[in-house]
Design a protein around this ligand. Structure first.
Ligand SMILES: Nc1c(C(=O)O)ncn1[C@@H]1O[C@H](COP(=O)(O)O)[C@@H](O)[C@H]1O
Length: 156
């Protein structure tokens, strides 16, 4: 049970580390890797192949023109979560390159590091009771935040 966090560039490292940190909360190990479908397709394929016989979920992190997510998905039987970092540039239009995939290519788009980690956890929770319990704990804490915020807001 491991997430392979594959980034298109070293510049995505902070985002990748955030995903890894959130995954730790759910009790899931992560490995951080870098390869670009645009620039180093052979290396990207090598990395994908390394994990083909392991129980992994890929998280692909690629800004600008996201070829990486579709490329990884087309070359693995494992689930792929595409989580491109959101950019303010071009009015956030970069995200469009993560949406409309060719037939037979199905990376699942989940924006934001925390949500990507949760999506990975939910995949593993299908089989792992331990991960499922941590998701329940996480969801309870999220709900409590809102109840607390409401209490604070109404006494303002
Ligand atoms: N979207 C892709 C791909 C790809 O899809 O193959 N390779 C790099 N990138 C992204 O381009 C941005 C700038 O990359 P550089 O640092 O290489 O200029 C990064 O967010 C990276 O993930």
């Amino acid at each position: 049970m491991k997430a392979v966090i594959l980034m298109g560039s070293k510049s995505d490292l902070d985002y990748g580390k955030k995903v890894a940190e959130k995954l730790r909360f759910f009790g899931i190990d992560a490995v951080l890797r870098i390869a670009s479908a645009h620039k180093t397709p052979a290396k990207a394929l090598e990395i994908i192949d390394e994990y083909e016989n392991e129980d992994v979920v890929f998280v692909t992190i690629a800004g600008r023109s996201n070829a990486l997510s579709g490329f990884v998905d087309a070359n693995t039987t494992r689930p792929v979560i595409a989580s491109p970092p959101i950019s303010e540039k071009f009015a956030g239009m970069d995200v469009l390159s993560s949406i409309n995939m060719p037939s037979g290519v199905s990376p699942m788009l989940v924006l934001y590091a925390e949500n990507a980690a949760l999506a990975v956890a939910k995949i593993f929770a299908v089989k792992s009771e331990e991960v499922r319990k941590r998701i329940m704990e996480y969801q309870r804490a999220k709900k409590e935040e809102i109840y607390r915020a409401d209490e604070e807001a109404k006494s303002l």
